[in-house]
Design a protein around this ligand. Structure first.
Ligand code: ARG
Length: 570
């Protein structure tokens, strides 16, 4: 069953010669001002095709479709055809589509045959996996889910920061002061303390720096001892990262990080040289980007060691060759805007037209309002601690509310972690924001717990009404019972869900989905308060339970895309 926009597009395709339904679908808009209709079709593009003024085309189209039962009114306004949908009809189309598509409602096959890479999280090994990493991790996961939902083949990449001169320091520090058992008991915190100690000691013993350089050189040249030690540090770090990924329900297809690309750099340097792009500058090799108003891209440093950017060039070439991507997304903080601009420019200058398919999805910073979680005094806020605290706090709230739950631990986990995830995906990603427990865990605001609670409430209504979706035939429903204000508003939120998903992918902005399901939750709660759902009249009850079911399904689909669980009980 088609969703509303698809149905309008089909209808228009019958009337407009030379344009297919899917092209028309892409043109149809949802006006931000609802007095301009539920949907609007702009006719500018048709002017050339039909050799007529756009406002005349709009008038003609409006006349052609105005009696279709889908519409309440159709009005041409300038170059637009504004369409106001018939409420009961909208309910019928929407609920029909949701019942037949179920957990696939909102999905599309627009991405069929195309591959999208989503690189996200990418923490540095032996360094804290801290609150600053939450955004890339959660936004990247949501984007990967959304692209998959739209039919793309998606690969989830974790570009681990597992390479660089700091590992020379780590190796030296471990050799001097390290204990294997300590690292294994608490890898990152212990490794971090060695790193800090290294810097303290090196102030009075500069020879340590030289030792570290040697250790890194040995590592880079594949010396057995150094390599083994580094591998072990990587494994121990990954164990800890994976604990957090498990809590978040996140997985990756590849953990090929910076080290993986280190042996692919000489070829990059060679290619840059061949293409005449390399320049010598104070002992370093650079690509001059002055013409593009950017500082030079440094390819090798004066001591001959390679750097971050060079590994990213190698990674881009490798990924194109290996995955032949149609789109390659990097979910990385906006602090690295310049880095990615340089990277994409260098790839373009190398003559690769697919440079345009690389996208930096950036985001603003998180800071913490709660003093107990401050990063002052060098204290780092570990992401795992934040998640655990969210679960603890949620448990307290649930107990305080006296909610009767037989699965307190499980529910606290789902809701607590969900709350943090939801908060990350609530505001536009580019905004900086302050992490504030009261805003994260509020059960009444526009929060994760609120939306999850609404899902559980809908599930409970369906249980009480003994609703069986399997035996529901949408064509047997009397939709005149779904025409009250709250119900109609809810229907509208439900039918725009597929658009919200498509828009989220178009803008690489998962918060579009978050906002849509928050609206669904609010509309459902209004409907729940304004109307009796489980009434004696069988037809009315059936219609209202079907709407409840549709709302629950859309919330579940949306939460799933965000990477959250939709609980049936809370
Ligand atoms: N490891 C880096 C950091 O923590 C992020 C890596 C981003 N990805 C990339 N391809 N450069 O800052």
């Amino acid at each position: 069953m088609l969703n509303v926009k698809e149905q309008i597009a089909e209808l228009l395709a019958e009337k407009i010669e030379g344009l297919e339904a899917d092209e028309i679908g892409k043109l149809i808009e949802i006006p931000s001002d609802s007095s301009m209709g539920d949907y609007a079709f702009p006719c500018f593009k048709l002017a050339k095709l039909l050799r007529k003024a756009p406002n005349m085309i709009a008038a003609d189209i409006a006349k052609e479709i105005e009696y279709d039962p889908m519409f309440e009114t159709v009005r041409p306004v300038n170059a637009y055809v504004n369409m106001f949908m018939k409420k009961t009809n909208m309910a019928e189309i929407t609920i029909g589509a949701i019942v037949s598509k179920g957990e696939k409602y909102g999905s599309m096959d627009q991405g069929k045959g195309e591959t999208v890479l989503v690189e996200y999280s990418s923490p540095n090994i032996a360094k804290p996996f801290h609150i600053g990493h939450i955004r890339t991790t959660v936004i990247g996961n949501a984007l990967a889910n959304i692209y998959e939902f739209l039919g793309y083949k998606v690969l989830r990449l974790n570009h681990l920061g597992d390479y660089g001169t700091q590992f020379g320091k780590m190796i030296v520090a471990f050799r001097h002061w390290g204990k294997k058992e300590d690292v294994e008991a608490d890898p990152i915190k212990t490794l971090l303390s060695y790193y800090v100690k290294f810097h303290e000691e090196a102030e009075n013993a500069p020879e340590l720096e030289e030792e570290a350089r040697k250790a890194f050189y040995a590592l880079e040249h594949g010396e057995k001892d150094e390599l083994e030690l580094w591998q072990w540090i990587r494994d121990e770090s990954l164990k800890e990262f994976n604990r957090v990924y498990d809590m978040l329900g996140i997985h990756f297809d590849s953990y090929a990080g910076e080290s993986f690309y280190s042996d692919k750099m000489p070829a990059v340097i060679e290619e840059l040289k061949e293409k005449g792009l390399l320049k010598e500058s104070r002992g370093a090799q650079i690509v001059d980007l002055e013409e593009y108003d950017m500082p030079p891209a440094i390819i090798t440093k004066s001591d001959g060691t390679s750097i971050y950017l060079t590994r990213d060039i190698a990674a881009a070439l490798y990924r194109k060759k290996t995955y032949d991507f149609d789109k390659s997304i990097y979910v990385v903080a906006s602090q690295q805007d310049l880095h990615f601009k340089q990277l994409f420019k260098v790839i373009e200058l190398m003559g690769y037209p697919w440079a345009k398919d690389m996208i930096h999805v950036n985001f603003g910073m998180v800071s913490l309002a709660d003093g107990t979680l401050s990063t002052r005094h060098g204290r780092v806020v570990f992401l795992e601690d934040v998640l655990n605290k969210a679960v603890e706090k949620t448990k307290e709230i649930i107990l305080e509310k006296g909610v009767n739950t037989d699965q307190l631990d499980e529910t606290s986990k789902i809701v607590g972690i969900g709350a943090v995830v939801f908060r990350e995906l609530s505001a536009g990603r580019i905004k900086d924001y302050v992490f504030d427990w009261d805003k994260v865990l509020n059960f009444d605001g526009e929060t994760g717990p609120y939306v999850q609670y609404t899902h559980a409430r809908a599930a409970s209504v369906l249980r009480n009404g003994e609703f069986d979706p399997e035996s529901l035939d949408p064509s047997s429903i009397d939709y005149s019972y779904i025409s009250g204000e709250a119900a109609s508003e809810l229907v509208k939120e439900l039918y725009v869900f597929p658009e919200a998903v498509a828009k989220a992918a178009e803008d690489n902005e998962p918060s579009t989905v978050t906002r849509c399901i928050t609206d669904v939750a609010q509309s459902f709660n209004k409907f729940y308060h304004d109307e009796h759902i489980i009434v004696d009249n069988e037809d009315e009850r059936k219609a209202k339970l079907a709407l409840t079911y549709a709302a629950k399904q859309v919330i579940a689909n949306g939460l799933g895309l965000l990477g959250m669980v939709a609980p049936d009980k809370m």
